[in-house]
Design a protein. Sequence first.
Length: 334
Amino acid sequence: MKLLVTGGAGFIGSNFIRHIRQEHPDWEITNLDKLTYAGNLENLKDIQDQPGYHFVKGDIADRKLVDKLLSQGLDVIVNFAAESHVDRSILDASPFIETNVKGTQVLLEGAKKHGIQRFLQVSTDEVYGSINSGHFTEESLLSPNSPYSASKTAADLLCRAYFKTHHLPAIVTRCTNNLGPYQFPEKLIPLVITNALENKPVPVYGDGLNIRDWIFVGDHCRALDAVIQKGQLGGIYNIGGGNEKTNLELIRKLLELLNKPQSLIQFVTDRPAHDRRYAVDCTRITTELGWKPAYSFEKALNATVDWYLKNESWWRSIKSGEYAKYYERMYSHR
Ligand code: NAD
Ligand code: TDX
């Protein structure tokens, strides 16, 4: 099998490539990544020279490049490439439209032209919006509240439209919040861990009672692997960890694990349109594909903390670069 993985130098994409190398060493992978601030080839250092793995620096919205890559005879596209941070989409939504919407459409068009066998769109539970009680199923109304989630929703709907109109073999997955190695330290968990290790304040938006469902990144990758092999074309699969936590609960636990004082917690102005709770019903993927998460929340949290403790140079080099300017801008008004 020959895969085009887009956004493979980011958090989930790099974990996915590592998973595929281990589970299917005979599968060939071409990783197309623009290397934005979130893309980091350090994430794939152990894999970069392996036979059957190729890296191409480029934009998924570049029609010519995508056409050239797909003309080499690839079987499957797994689209991770995206602008992925909600706060950045509030500061400037333009790159989200360019990559998440236009980029996905360029990939879909290329897949159509070259007769790709499977197009996997890696989407998010955020497309459903917020839910106070119960769980979203794959049939729930799409109700995105941030420019990020609106752009991801547009991409999901383009996949649906290409399936309906052109019989393009697209499948959409909608996963909850991931945790694990190589997550960029603008996201809550690595931000808390790395700030705490530097004895810096840990910003909590609003009252800290927003709820997220957490899943270990390796479990997400296993789910995507199952969907590639057995998923129904035109289908949608929710993926979740079944670990709902308030942000405050999670942050308190992290500070405890790190032996850092709870006084590092600093309540700051809330994120605009901050979704209160995400929760998805995973009955479909568990019954149809036999997938379920292997990591408990405790195991996932311990593995993640451990990774950041052992890989200080990885996050320190990120935090001292361009990211430092963003962080200053982000928090100057909070
Ligand atoms: P990330 O920000 O860590 O990585 C995104 C990657 O995409 C980076 O390597 C970046 O360089 C690349 N990229 C960005 N624009 C590109 C473009 N135009 N062309 C080619 N490459 C480009 O993101 P992540 O957290 O790994 O998320 C991966 C995917 O999974 C995203 O589509 C996201 O919406 C989805 N998702 C993430 C989570 C989560 O908790 N992180 C949960 C559900 C779904
Ligand atoms: O400093 C912070 N303080 C804080 O209280 C940050 C960065 C976040 N938060 C809150 C906001 C959210 O309620 O923590 C929660 C998690 O925030 P993020 O890590 O930014 O994730 P979220 O907004 O939930 O979106 C994530 O999950 C779904 C990913 O970033 C998306 O790419 C994915 O689609």
